[in-house]
Design a protein around this ligand. Sequence first.
Ligand SMILES: Cc1cc2nc3c(=O)[nH]c(=O)nc-3n(C[C@H](O)[C@H](O)[C@H](O)COP(=O)(O)O)c2cc1C
Length: 220
Amino acid sequence: MFYSTAEDNHGLKFNPFKALIVPRPIGWIASVSKSGVPNLAPYSFFNAMSDTPPVVCFASGGHKDSLDNIEATGEFTCSISNWDLRDHMNMSSAPVAAEVDEFKLAGLTPAASRLVKAPWVAESPAAFECKLWKMIEMPSVPGRTPYIVVFGTVVGVHVKDEFIRDGLVDTASMRPLARMGYMDYAVITPETSFTLNRPMASADKLSATVVPGPWDGVYR
Ligand SMILES: Cc1cc2nc3c(=O)[nH]c(=O)nc-3n(C[C@H](O)[C@H](O)[C@H](O)COP(=O)(O)O)c2cc1C
């Protein structure tokens, strides 16, 4: 099939775009309002955009509470949601009023951050403390609220010690969740993750070879 996004003539039950950008990491964004109310919500238009300095971003469909709080305070955190926390993560997406604390609503514990006021999810295997770098308004479609991308510089990183093994973060054992299309999710597990060695170019840079088998521990 082919469809034009200008006409949206896909003929399917729902727009399939997000079902094709998969799996998307979920940024579980926590912020605090000017008056001190904690806020928590999942965002799957989320990713890292650089590692030096580390920068993450998420996109909000219009002015939601997270965006408003971050605009007002310049700070947020981003926790990893995993298999054990799937129902809590889902509940924290409820479109409740700004004065509702979604940590309480979802039965989660706010953990104090070290460098920002926003808490992180104490039950999460890992979290980032972030300072707002900039916000960018995305292109808009007539009659629809544009998305706004929030970029944050990561100023602190929490990783629970139990997930550090042999000097590496054992990401798969955290069982992180990922978002697919519709109401579909995926979970990363040790059984579904694998390693590859990076290819090395020949001296003349006209060909390349790969050490076969699993990662040999050399960062190429
Ligand atoms: C897994 C998941 C991913 C989501 N991703 C986004 C997203 O990328 N952008 C967005 O605007 N809303 C997204 N939502 C919806 C928001 O979480 C929801 O609108 C929430 O109420 C926003 O909360 P806030 O107003 O406290 O920021 C997502 C919901 C779920 C369950």
